[in-house]
Design a protein around this ligand. Structure first.
Ligand code: SF4
Length: 207
């Protein structure tokens, strides 16, 4: 009998609150995969394989149940880039355990299995000519991190590309944060479809 597939998992934690986008403030637990196909210069996430664990789907479900002690029933699947590892067996295991799956992706890869909520956070400035935004992803929300490359024309292009109800601009949290925040506020003011998203988890000091 073949052994179950191992997934490279950077961390599983909770209970906590989602900090960004339309579900900001919602109780949840997190499953963070190791590895990403992009290398954004301002990335604030440690997704290196160092210190990651190799867990199969049953292990992941057991660990998520353990940390979801208040029964939020929501798991945020992130990375790194979660679509590098997300697949049908893991999706089936999480759904069978009663979890709703919210995923955050950079939008460059196809989804190998369904999720309940898909956040696309495009970073084409870091595609380096090797990646492209996937043409048919079923976005639930689009969340654009505002740095100097993001302008009103970029938002218009995303509006044409994706069909969804929730649109967010979120200031890049690097050492020029006040500058990015001012630009994000300006963009949200000019294009009212877009709302300002702040990293609530950093404001309230949860992981
Ligand atoms: S896509 Fe996300 S996780 Fe990957 S390097 Fe960029 S910001 Fe970091």
């Amino acid at each position: 009998m073949s052994r179950p597939k191992p997934y490279v998992v950077k961390e599983i934690f909770g209970p906590t609150l989602q900090g960004e986008g339309a579900h900001a403030g919602r109780a949840c637990v997190f499953l963070r995969f190791a590895a990403c196909n992009l290398a954004c210069t301002w990335c604030d996430t440690d997704f290196r394989a160092d210190g990651a664990e190799h867990l199969d789907a049953d292990d992941i479900v057991a660990r998520l149940r353990e940390v979801d002690r208040h029964h939020s029933g929501v798991v945020v699947v992130t990375g790194g880039e979660p679509t590098l590892q997300w697949d049908e067996p893991l999706a089936r295991a999480l759904f069978a355990a009663g979890f709703r799956v919210h995923m955050e992706s950079n939008g460059t890869r196809p989804l190998q299995a369904l999720v309940d909520w898909l956040t696309i956070s495009p970073k084409p400035q870091f595609h380096d000519g090797r990646f492209h935004l996937h043409p048919t992803l079923p976005a639930s929300e689009v969340k654009v991190i505002v740095d100097d490359t993001v302008d009103e024309a970029a938002l218009v292009a995303y509006e044409a590309r994706y069909r969804c109800e929730h649109w967010f601009v979120q200031p890049c949290q690097d050492d020029r944060y006040p500058h990015h925040l001012a630009r994000a506020i300006d963009l949200a003011t000019r294009r009212p479809r877009w709302r300002l998203s702040l990293q609530l988890h950093k404001v309230i000091g949860v992981p």
